[in-house]
Design a protein. Structure first.
Lengths: 327, 498
């Protein structure tokens, strides 16, 4: 059975081994962080309780939605820095609708539509005007942060306690708070879309080699623009969740630490900042890990600013690890 | 005879389930050129990567001048006097020629690069190859042929004892080729060992003293060039199977117009081009390197910008005017450089073959690709083109050069567009595969496609074309029917008599 023909069938196994070894390696930083977080966290009594676990997932929901949006853009080889400020801004617009006695459903749709609309502007600028993603989305971040402060006079907008928006979004279904279910549902849908839809396939092609994708007839501009729309829409979804969970919306919701969290979730989960590699599950796992780190820092009374320092170091370490692997 | 300077003994190398080298033995003497011959995927590049320190062999020894050599990295190989001109160019396109030539060993003085010394050394090295361009220009701005010359200059600059050439001529003009051959002659006289890989057997016969033939990772024969014949080498390469001869060319009746090009122009590159392609015909686009033939193909699909002109393409039997960016939907293009704008290197073979055809592979639910059909369709073309792979999920980067080229051709066969644009479609293919691609080109025309083919090999162009268009400095200077002679084509391309 050593003829070259028969090798094709027996080849799949060792090849699969190699593949899984590689993906295992990508999970390595994740495992290290998880162990570290658990080690730190377990020194506090509250850390391993079921309630805290639910809390961690609940706190992860908004971050995970944003990280999934970031992942879609990262796969194209771009970056969307405007996500957190877009989340804050959409939340504010929705909260204003609620404050003026608007319907909760309308408020939710306003948040999603704002996200998608701003995402479209980003996408249009990057794909059709061929501007650099970093510049476009950094400018958008500035615009949205400024706009958020000026429409609110730098104050957050509180929802009335018992508002139907809050109860509608955060209500438990089968004992699990709705935001957690939203997070996992979006993850599943997005993962399937990325792996086996036309858009998903095109997205990876564009991120792997833009020129080769063009030559192969991939409608690259449309695909790139759509990636930013998806990212904006997910920022809008994060706004819905955050507004309901916080019972408020405000300009500080998108502050600098959040953009760091969003990028680190994606990177920590194994999404490549060079494009062409990643998935929704990576983003969610990364977001939960980042939340775990934040959470354990809180339990240990580490200051917000020191937490930033630690997270920054973690990102650099992970990128260094994965880059070395690449070269 | 003297003791061989280089001895590779019983080299084995396995990648996962694929045993690329199954105990290969090779010897080469100082001052001689050794031809390393074999079909696509035979293991030539892998063997040379072992010698060049890129891959560590699983088994076997390498001796240099009778001593076991330590070659654990390309740098160690370089220090042991081994230089490697790779099959796939590996340069830094945004950096200057000088930077590329000196990247691993800049001469410095207290940390500062000695600029004038570097430039002088570069000019000297380029001059040996008869190149006239300035070492300060960016490598990315050079033609593929000049880029290849830079790569060769980098190899000879270190004064190595062994130089490996892995298909060095596939992007050279005939004049550049001649200069390379002169340099190889000089190197041989200076006692250098040359290992020469090429699918152009005439080059091997002209340049080399001895040959080693590989098949499926094994040494199957070789000997002094004088004792071998072309037919014998081909038989060793592909086994006792018949080397499929080019079949008799049938005269085809071209059909309706498939693509009409009107006034296509680009400042300094393409000048007011007008021509049409008919269904069921193969048009050979002939011209010297730099005449604008690749640029023409690229602008037809919107890959290069144009300053004016229009395309009309037959959509449902009616000619419709479209800008190149949209006309692309009806055209397939095999580009000149498969790594830059052809392949998605880290992605599976399957994805690379289906990427142009995905909308046709949608399953029952709209945006979702039917993975099983995708695999089975891709498998069909893998078999049709005899692409040597271990698994459809194998990253295309791990295929041999020739097999990567076949993947691109397979991609367009799968998509079956109305118009095929092919820029050097047989680049890097072995003799058997070249003949197969030529046969496929004929079949496509017979099935009603229109084909515009570029090749620097005049015999190849002449064996497939129904009609010729000749370019000279961006201008269409002549059109010939099938019966045109080689001299007519050559003269027209050189601008004689126009
Ligand atoms: N990194 C790798 N991983 C898996 N398989 C590989 C890898 N590199 C080479 N191979 C396999 O080894 C075999 C020999 O490849 P090699 O590149 O040496 O062929 P070659 O003789 O140079 O062919 P060509 O004429 O097409 O360049 C091929 O089947 C190829 O798929
Ligand atoms: Mg090769």
């Amino acid at each position: 059975m050593n003829s070259p023909q028969s090798s094709s069938s027996s080849a799949s196994n060792p090849l699969a081994n190699v593949l899984s070894r590689e993906s295992l390696f990508r999970l390595l930083p994740l495992v290290i962080v998880l162990i570290a977080a658990l080690a730190v966290g377990s020194r506090s009594e509250n850390f391993l309780t079921q309630q805290n676990m639910i809390n961690v997932l609940l706190q992860s929901a908004s971050l995970a939605l944003m990280a999934m949006g970031m992942t879609v853009v990262l796969i194209t080889g771009g970056i969307d820095l405007s996500i957190p400020s877009l989340m804050a801004f959409s939340g504010i617009l929705g909260a204003m609708v609620l404050r003026d006695g608007g319907d909760p459903l309308v408020a939710g749709l306003v948040m999603l539509a704002t996200g998608a609309a701003v995402g479209f502007i980003n996408g249009f600028a990057v794909a059709y005007l061929r501007m650099i993603p970093f510049v476009v989305t950094l400018s958008m971040l500035a615009i949205l942060s400024g706009a958020a402060v000026s429409v609110t006079n730098a104050r957050s907008i509180g929802l009335e306690p018992g508002s139907p928006f809050i109860s509608g979004v955060s209500a438990p279904v089968l004992g699990i708070p709705l935001p957690i279910l939203i997070m996992f549902a979006v993850m599943l849908v997005l993962e399937v879309l990325l792996r086996s839809s036309l858009f998903g396939r095109w997205l990876f092609a564009v991120g792997t080699n833009l020129r080769a994708a063009l030559v192969a007839g991939v409608p690259s501009r449309r695909v790139i623009a759509l990636a930013y729309v998806a990212s904006g829409l997910l920022a809008g979804a994060a706004a819905v969740v955050t507004t309901a969970l916080q019972g408020a919306a405000g300009p500080t919701f998108g502050r600098e630490g959040v953009v760091l969290d969003v990028v680190s979730s994606a990177v920590l989960g194994g999404v490549s900042i060079y494009g062409g590699v990643g998935g929704a599950i990576n983003a969610v796992v990364g977001a939960i890990l980042i939340t775990l780190i934040t959470n354990s820092m809180n339990l240990l009374n580490v200051s917000y600013f020191l937490t930033l320092v630690i997270k920054g170091i973690v990102i650099i370490a992970v990128v260094a690890l994965t880059t070395q692997r690449k070269g | 005879m003297s003791q061989p300077f280089l001895q590779m003994r019983n080299i084995r190398k396995r990648f996962g389930a694929v045993e690329a080298l199954k105990g290969v033995t090779l010897e080469a003497h100082a001052g001689e050129a050794l031809a390393l011959i074999g079909a696509n995927g035979a293991g030539k590049s892998t063997l040379m990567n072992v010698l060049g320190g890129v891959y560590a062999p699983d088994e076997g020894d390498i001796l240099l001048g009778g001593q076991t050599a330590r070659l654990h990295s390309p740098l160690e190989a370089e220090r042991s006097g081994i230089a490697f001109v790779h099959q796939e160019m590996a340069m830094l396109p945004t950096m200057s020629v000088a930077d590329n030539l000196f990247i691993s060993h800049f001469p410095t003085q207290m940390g500062r690069i000695k600029r004038t010394e570097v430039l002088d050394a570069c000019r000297a090295a380029l001059q040996r190859l008869g190149c006239t361009f300035d070492p300060r220009v960016r490598v990315g701005d050079l033609s593929p042929g000049d880029q290849q010359m830079v790569e060769i200059a980098r190899a000879i600059m270190t004064d190595p004892k062994i130089i490996i050439f892995d298909e060095p001529t596939s992007s050279l003009t005939s004049r550049e080729k001649q200069r390379l051959f002169d340099v190889i002659g000089a190197l041989k006289r200076a006692g250098t060992v040359i290992i020469y890989i090429s699918h152009f057997l005439d080059e091997a016969f002209a340049l080399c003293e001895r040959a080693v033939v590989l098949r499926n990772g094994e040494t199957v024969g070789g000997g002094m060039m004088g004792d071998l014949t072309y037919a014998r080498v081909v038989e060793l390469m592909i086994g006792a199977q018949n080397a499929s001869a080019d079949r008799e060319q049938q005269t085809r009746q071209p059909g309706a117009v498939a693509l009409q090009v009107e006034g296509l122009r680009r400042e300094g590159v393409l000048r007011d081009l007008r021509f049409s392609l008919h269904k069921g015909e193969v048009v050979g686009l002939w011209g010297l390197l730099g005449s604008g033939r690749s640029e023409l193909l690229r602008s037809l699909v919107g890959l290069d910008p144009i300053d004016g002109g229009m395309l009309r393409i037959a959509v449902n039997g009616e000619l419709r005017a479209l800008p190149p960016g949209e006309a692309r939907r009806w055209m397939g293009i095999v580009t000149e450089n498969r790594r830059d704008d052809g392949l998605l290197l880290p992605m599976p073979v399957k994805t690379n073959m289906s990427i142009a055809n995905l909308p046709e592979l949608i399953g029952r639910i709209y945006p979702f690709v039917d993975g099983r059909r995708e695999a089975s369709v891709s498998q069909t073309y893998v078999e049709r083109l005899k692409i040597k792979i271990a698994d459809l999920r194998q990253p295309v980067r791990t295929l041999s050069g020739g097999n990567q080229q076949k993947v691109i051709v397979g991609r367009w066969l799968q998509k079956a567009p109305l118009v095929y644009l092919m820029d050097e479609p047989t680049r890097g293919l072995d003799v058997g595969a070249k003949a197969e691609i030529r046969a496929i080109i004929s079949e496509l025309a017979e099935a009603g496609a229109a084909l515009l083919v570029v090749s620097s090999d005049i015999d190849e162009i002449m064996s497939i074309s129904d009609r010729y268009l000749v370019l000279n400095r961006g201008r269409l200077v002549a059109e010939f029917p099938r019966g045109a002679s080689k001299n007519e084509l050559m003269a027209a391309a050189a601008g004689v008599g126009t």
